[in-house]
Design a protein around this ligand. Structure first.
Ligand code: ASP
Length: 341
């Protein structure tokens, strides 16, 4: 979280927020202007800025969603990419997925030492007969495609968090965060002492000038996860889904519970059956709340969605989630309604 706070205080976002002034923090606002881009959490403001350089020049949605999240993957100070918290063995492993307007999709999981997993996911989509590559195979493919192998080194912040976490021993997670039954780890995002949610993902959806949709999702997964753990973000239909005839959705939060309900695909199916993006997200969050029962109090899950008409919406399990929106007239951070008060 210290990483994230530092990142948010950094110049770029600071000036964006300043510029936005009163426009920042509207409540679940909808829009229907294309092109447009939305992305999860407040870091989405920075990602959207990068995506907008593509969309505003009539570039395509796929290029926009790749470029947008790359900006966050590059940051050594944030919660996504090689600067993020490692797994419980002290190694950062990355998951990412991308999907275009023609049901083409690609993803990578359990990938080490590659700065831009989203671009590797795109290469998987464009250059292989497969949808998903993992671990060593994904890294081999990335290197063969010309991606440099970065040093296996934690950022200073991540090193510090890891050392702190090791001291807690037995792999026990802090407070409200969910542990698995063996006490194996801390699954993101979890509630911090100051009431904010920590998180480790950026999901982005864009509609270009031609009305085509694409989406991307990239993450370091849950901090201090078990080695080999893969979350929802690289699973097409869970962390991300795009159906150009209907709409698109991406997820953030407790990946295991998003996978359980095929979250993003379920939201898109709800939109197919006539629900608005917000209603569709709400329905799937309700389903997760029902399945989890009492345990729903301990986890955060949120979806953002966009439909074929460019209407956007979102819903979260708990307060504290927001998403960033950018189109030709608005650039703002949107507060999201939640299941729990
Ligand atoms: N969904 C991610 C995962 O479970 C984590 C997050 O969004 O914070 O890997």
């Amino acid at each position: 979280m210290a990483n994230r706070r530092k990142f948010l205080q950094s110049g770029v976002l600071g000036s964006v927020l300043l510029l936005l002034n009163k426009k920042a923090f509207s409540f679940n606002k909808r829009t229907a202007t294309k092109p447009l881009v939305i992305s999860t959490w407040d870091t989405g403001l920075i990602a959207n800025k990068a995506a907008w350089t593509v969309l505003s020049k009539n570039g395509n949605a796929l290029d926009a969603v790749e470029k947008g999240v790359m900006e966050i993957e590059s940051s050594q100070n944030c919660c996504v990419g090689l600067g993020a918290n490692p797994d419980r063995d002290g190694i950062v492993t990355l998951d990412a997925s991308i999907m275009d307007h023609q049901y083409n999709c690609g993803s990578v999981a359990f990938l080490e030492r590659i700065k831009h997993p989203i671009s590797v996911a795109r290469k998987v989509m464009e250059k292989t007969p497969h949808v998903m590559l993992v671990g060593e195979g994904a890294q081999k493919f990335a290197v063969a495609e010309g991606f440099p192998l970065e040093p296996q080194k934690l950022s200073d912040e991540a090193q510090k968090s890891y050392q702190d976490w090791l001291k807690r021993s037995n792999y026990h997670a802090p407070k409200i965060n969910v542990e698995n039954q063996n006490g194996h780890g801390s699954f993101a995002p979890h509630k911090l002492d100051n009431g904010e949610w920590n998180h480790d993902t950026i999901g982005m959806l864009a509609m270009d000038y031609h009305g085509n949709l694409s989406g991307s999702c990239t993450t370091s997964g849950a901090g201090f996860k078990m080695r080999g753990r893969v979350g929802d973000s690289p699973i097409i239909g869970a962390g991300l889904y795009v159906d150009n005839e209907v709409g698109a959705c991406t997820a953030t939060g407790q990946g295991e519970d998003v996978i359980r309900v095929a979250g993003s695909h379920s939201v898109v199916e709800m939109m197919r059956h006539g629900f608005s993006p917000s209603q569709a997200c709400e329905k799937v969050i309700e389903r997760i709340a029902k399945i989890k029962g009492e345990k729903a109090k301990d986890i955060q899950v949120a979806f953002i969605a966009i439909d074929k008409n460019g209407e956007v919406g979102s819903f979260a399990l708990h307060p504290g989630f927001n998403y960033a929106l950018r189109n030709s007239v608005e650039e703002e951070l949107v507060k999201v309604n939640s299941y729990f008060a």
